[in-house]
Design a protein around this ligand. Structure first.
Ligand SMILES: C[S@@+](CC[C@H](N)C(=O)[O-])C[C@H]1O[C@@H](n2cnc3c(N)ncnc32)[C@H](O)[C@@H]1O
Length: 233
């Protein structure tokens, strides 16, 4: 189900509000050290807790990436490498992550599954060390509500994507339903302790990162996660 395609309408303006470009994206604030600590602890149980429940979205996202043979793909926040086996074997994937514990799990997975087209690097998504235009596709599954500064991460994703390439964000964002949004806001200072902010504001994020997606699909069950696809102009 596509929420909208390319063009903005007056309805979008109503949804976004006039302060979308400046308002706080979440009530919760985190730092890299805090996030790293959380994921060091989560590494052992991640695949059980966040594995099957979020997997349909991962599968749908891989289709959305439209990977062609030989494509250079960057996965931001590769975690335990849970997506590694989903990539076609004839593309070249670079997976980066902040957490050494998560990367260690990813290394074990690649060895266990005999996957050779994925390389892993320790790196901060908000300060990628790749030159501009390095990748054909840049993909951030379930990461953008984890990082301290989602707007910087989105800018970095766009910077390292080649012109005409895709950058795709899979994430849960705050509901547009007022009651649910209140609950998500109230929970967010607690959910950061299990790895994510539950109240990230999608319209505000898009406005502040200066992103105009070509599509936004709702994924998973219940369909409260968004698959946001952008093309670098
Ligand atoms: C919810 S997990 C997502 C893992 C995987 N992509 C998936 O599909 O399940 C978020 C990952 O982002 C990583 N992460 C958090 N902040 C980061 C940052 N600033 N730079 C790179 N990775 C980061 C965490 O260590 C964790 O592995």
């Amino acid at each position: 189900m596509s929420l909208f395609e390319s063009t903005r309408s007056t309805t979008d303006e109503e949804v976004m509000g006039s302060d979308a470009g400046t308002r706080a994206l979440s009530v919760a604030a985190v730092e890299n050290d805090f996030v790293e600590g959380v994921y060091e602890k989560l590494a052992k149980v991640y695949d059980y807790t966040f594995g099957p429940t979020l997997h349909a979205g991962r599968v749908q996202a891989i289709q959305r990436l439209g990977i062609q043979p030989g494509d250079r793909v960057l996965e931001v926040g590769v975690g335990t490498g849970i997506n590694a086996a989903l990539y076609p074997r004839d593309c070249f994937v670079t997976g980066i992550d902040l957490s050494e514990g998560m990367l260690e799990k990813a290394r074990e997975r690649l060895a266990r599954k005999d996957i050779h087209n994925v390389r892993l690097m320790a790196m901060d998504a908000a300060a990628l060390t790749f030159p501009d235009d390095t990748f054909d596709i840049v993909y951030a599954p379930y990461v953008i509500s984890v990082v301290p500064d989602p707007v910087s991460v989105a800018r970095e994703m766009r910077r390292v994507c080649r012109p005409g390439g895709r950058f795709v964000i899979l994430n849960h964002f705050r509901s547009l339903n007022g009651l649910l949004a209140k609950v998500e806001r109230a929970l967010s200072p607690f959910t950061v302790h299990i790895g994510f902010k539950s109240d990230l504001d999608l319209p505000g994020f898009l406005a502040q990162a200066d992103l105009v997606p070509v599509s936004i699909d709702k994924v998973n069950i219940p369909p409260i996660w968004s698959l946001v696809t952008c093309i670098k102009g």
